[in-house]
Design a protein around this ligand. Structure first.
Ligand SMILES: *Cc1c(COP(=O)(O)O)cnc(C)c1O
Length: 349
């Protein structure tokens, strides 16, 4: 049987090159070869969006995407900072919960999960605004420019976990101070490594609210070619290979084009079957779309049918658990995979 294709929003179907990288030689995280690997990945992450290494730093963590989000929020809202968290999905709500758990002065700009961001709900006095770029709950690509325009001085802390490597990010125009990302979504690595990219000046004003996720500790060690704690060496190998593959394939712009082409086929094919997208094309990311389950077909039946055909799709979260399904086009997928997927869906609706 053909290998399973993952259409969930990470982990992704690996390319052969990334899978093979997991088998590179055993390596101690205190050896110079590891320091070299870590610096190469940090530089490659900045290079994805052409960020100047004199001004920006990439900080590598061992942990899933949420570890990077938590490190960013706990470290980069200063002690006297006032944070607004924009929530129009599960990941925005998670950021609010993280900030509140650390006792950060937090206002929630709450929205229904299908809503676009209403900038009138943002606190005009916030010093930092935490926002999700691609709200994976619904597939919505949030309008960061509108958030930045509506708040004169606030700095953005971005959850770019499901967009880094595939969507445009306007670091200067949107006053972005930092973002959190992960290896195993649009970058096509394996789960286990996540990262924060931050302005070096902002790291100088960081707060220390946690020992393990303190970005200042990581930055000092990583700038010195070291690491405060054991890193997940093999997932670094995979990320190293995945970043080389991204650069060699034409960078985030080409990846976005490819995702768009595949997603256009998915959306078109499903609409032709009478299956409606949750959000219009123009409001959706290139990475993932959510669809309303057709009448009379429950999620488990669709999921199991497609799994037998070689595809793993993803359920809705929370209030959407019974009403939608999600399809992401990250990872080693091609047009033929999408055609086969559509044939398999056609045979059950
Ligand atoms: C996947 C994801 C995360 C992190 O989830 P983990 O399971 O911790 O990797 C955070 N934010 C968004 C928007 C995501 O899609």
């Amino acid at each position: 049987m053909a290998p399973m294709k993952l259409l969930n929003p990470g982990p992704v179907t690996l390319s052969e090159r990334v899978r093979q990288a997991l088998l590179r030689e055993d390596l101690c995280h205190r050896e110079p070869e590891f320091a070299e690997l870590q610096q190469r990945i940090r530089a490659a992450l900045l290079a994805v969006y052409d960020l100047d290494p004199a001004e920006w730093a990439a900080i590598l963590l061992t942990g899933s995407g949420t570890a990077a989000v938590e490190a960013m929020l706990s470290s980069l809202v200063p002690t006297n900072g006032r944070l607004t968290v924009v929530a129009n999905g599960a990941y925005g709500e998670r950021m609010a919960r993280i900030a509140e758990t650390y006792g950060i002065d937090t206002a929630r700009a709450t929205h229904a999960w299908t809503e676009a961001i209403d900038v009138s709900r943002l606190d005009a006095h916030a010093t930092q605004i935490a926002v999700v770029q691609h709200e994976t709950t619904t597939g919505r690509l949030n309008d960061l420019a509108a958030v930045a325009a509506a708040t004169r001085d606030a700095r953005l802390l971005l959850d770019a976990v499901s967009s880094f490597g595939a969507e445009a990010i306007d670091f200067e125009g949107c006053r972005i101070d930092a973002l959190a990302g992960t290896a195993n979504k649009c970058l096509h690595g394996v789960p286990g490594t996540s990262f924060v990219i931050a302005r070096r000046g902002v790291l100088e004003r960081a707060a220390a609210r946690t020992v393990y996720l303190n970005l200042v500790t990581y930055l000092a060690a990583q700038d010195a070619g070291s690491t405060p704690f054991t890193q997940s060496v093999q997932t670094f190998y995979a990320l190293d290979a995945a970043l080389a593959e991204l650069a060699g394939g034409g960078g985030w712009q080409r990846r976005r084009e490819r995702y768009r082409r595949l997603m256009h086929r998915v959306r078109g094919g499903l609409v032709a079957l009478g299956i409606k997208p949750l959000l219009p094309d123009g409001e959706s990311s290139c990475v993932l779309s959510a669809f309303r389950l057709p009448k009379g077909l429950d999620y488990a039946a669709l999921h199991d049918h497609l799994k037998r055909a070689g595809y793993v799709i993803y359920a809705g979260q929370g209030e959407f658990a019974q009403s939608i399904f999600r399809i992401a086009v990250m990872g080693a997928l091609d047009d033929a995979d999408i055609e086969r997927l559509l044939r398999a869906i056609r045979s059950i609706v």
